[in-house]
Write a protein that binds this ligand. Structure first.
Ligand code: UDX
Length: 448
């Protein structure tokens, strides 16, 4: 049997660290590369710079030096070493939103390809996983051919990643589909070998051209964003008409064609992907002359962004019209549960706005405290939900951690200044809180 391809992973952030560890878990020899030496040192010791359930365990099973590990997973800062080592090179660098623009910043991807290419001396496959504007793969394939000593032997494929934070390891080892945009049969065959175990488990494997593969990712995220903003728009209508958006979503979800997921109304979506991806998609469509096709995404974005302001308005109204001198307990800072990521977090945005309007805000999040404190050092932080609620005139539930669902409303009621709870995620049980004497209000639902 031929030796399995050796794999490198360029960029060891969220996506790359998870991908590298998962590839080692599947039995491959893996070399992860990052330009930040501290990250390489940390990962080499088997430590993960962010909170992601299960990732550290997988990493520690494979980095050398950890007792009982396979030693299959190493990290480096050297592109030369990566070029010598790998047969398949996964590009996992980030593509943030450009400062002051909607378009995405491709500089990390471009630099990664330009730095790797001169070291590709034998046939190799470079596989892009980063989320990029459609058209990038064709451009990068040409760049690779031009700069690699292997010439046409240095090929490119595009293989978008759909992992969700909080489920990154599971989503990588057991994806719901694998999409590969390829330029040759050789590239397809190599990727089938890399993903053999998922394919054997029955995971659909879709082979496409470059633009389709690139578009799958941004259109999937646009669809998800649309679904969330749709239900949030319905929440606004429910508020005006006296309806209950949670019951409405439940009823809609029984229709198979709609489905129940991503229909939870609240303060909307955030994080490092959905907001920037829909904006970059609009910008790219504009460049291609197809901007009209995506003008609806502008509305999706604005429905989403105004949710945050509506939450602030609702809180201000319930405390009597002004936050001055008002104590606000905030449960949640991460953009979603099971993550310590606070990038574009609706929860932290709401907490920050209330603080700027004179409220005394105290935040608690099970994992996101350090990142939140770095981003918003002027907010107050507490070590527990109970401490965040202590003395509060109003409590805001803004990230739906399981820990918050399991809270005892009676115990919290003992320490709260006033028993007033606003559920910005429609995730708590109104009856439990009301029975313990709380005024429970949620967006898009009638008060009681
Ligand atoms: C997303 C995509 O799901 C994933 O496939 C892609 O690879 C990266 O972007 P992620 O950013 O990890 O993943 O989070 P996701 O679970 O999609 O949630 C995004 C945001 O939507 C969160 O802020 C979440 O709180 C919010 N959301 C989700 C809602 O407001 N309502 C819902 O019903 C679902």
């Amino acid at each position: 049997m031929a030796t399995p391809p050796r794999i490198t992973v360029i960029g060891t952030g969220y996506l790359g660290a998870t991908h590298a560890a998962s590839m080692a878990e599947l039995g491959f020899e893996v070399l992860g590369l990052d330009v930040v030496p501290e990250k390489v040192e940390l990962l080499s010791r088997g430590e993960v710079p962010m909170y992601e359930p299960g990732l550290e365990d997988v990493l520690r099973r494979h980095v050398p030096g950890v007792e009982g590990s396979t030693g299959r997973l190493r990290f480096t800062t050297s592109f030369e070493e990566a070029g010598d080592f790998g047969d398949v090179h996964f590009l996992c660098v980030n593509t943030p939103q450009k400062h002051g623009e909607y378009a995405c910043d491709m500089s990390y991807v471009d630099t990664a390809v330009s730095s790797l290419a001169p070291h590709l001396k034998r046939p190799a496959l470079v596989v892009g996983k980063s989320t990029v504007p459609v058209g990038s793969a064709a451009r990068l394939a040409a760049l690779l051919r031009e700069k690699a000593p292997a010439g046409a032997g240095a090929e490119l494929a595009w293989n978008p990643e759909f992992l969700r934070e909080g489920y990154a390891v599971k989503d990588t080892l057991h994806p719901d589909r694998i999409v590969v945009g390829v330029g040759s049969e050789r590239a397809e065959a190599l990727l089938r070998e890399v993903y053999a175990s998922a394919i054997a488990d029955g995971t659909p494997f879709l082979v496409t051209d470059y633009p389709t593969a690139e578009l799958v990712k941004v259109s999937a995220n646009s669809f998800l964003a649309t679904k969330i903003s749709f239900i949030n728009a319905m929440a606004e209508v429910c508020e005006a008409a006296g309806g209950d958006v949670a019951r409405l979503a439940e009823a809609l979800g029984y229709d198979d064609r709609i489905g129940p997921k991503f229909l939870r109304a609240g303060i909307g979506f955030g994080g490092g992907c959905l907001p920037k991806d829909i904006r970059a998609f609009m910008a790219r469509a504009g460049e291609l002359g197809a901007d009209q096709a995506l003008t609806f995404l502008r509305e999706i974005d604005s429905i989403n962004m105004r949710r945050r302001g509506q939450m602030v308005d609702m809180a201000r109204e319930i405390v009597g019209g002004s936050f001055l001198g008002v104590r606000v307990g905030v449960l949640g800072a991460a953009f979603k549960p099971d993550s310590d990521d606070v990038r574009d977090s609706p929860a932290l945005n709401v907490a920050g706005q209330i603080h700027l309007q004179g409220g005394q805000v105290t935040v608690y999040d099970p994992r996101g405290m350090d990142n939140a404190a770095r981003l918003f050092p002027t907010l107050g932080y507490a070590d527990s939900a109970l401490e965040a609620v202590r003395g509060a005139d109003v409590v805001l539930h803004l990230t739906e951690w399981r820990e918050f669902r399991d809270l005892d409303p009676a115990a919290l009621g003992e320490v709260a200044g006033r028993r007033v709870l606003l559920d910005g995620r429609n995730a708590l049980d109104p009856d439990r809180w009301r029975k313990a004497g709380w005024t429970y209000r949620a967006m898009g639902r009638p008060g009681a």
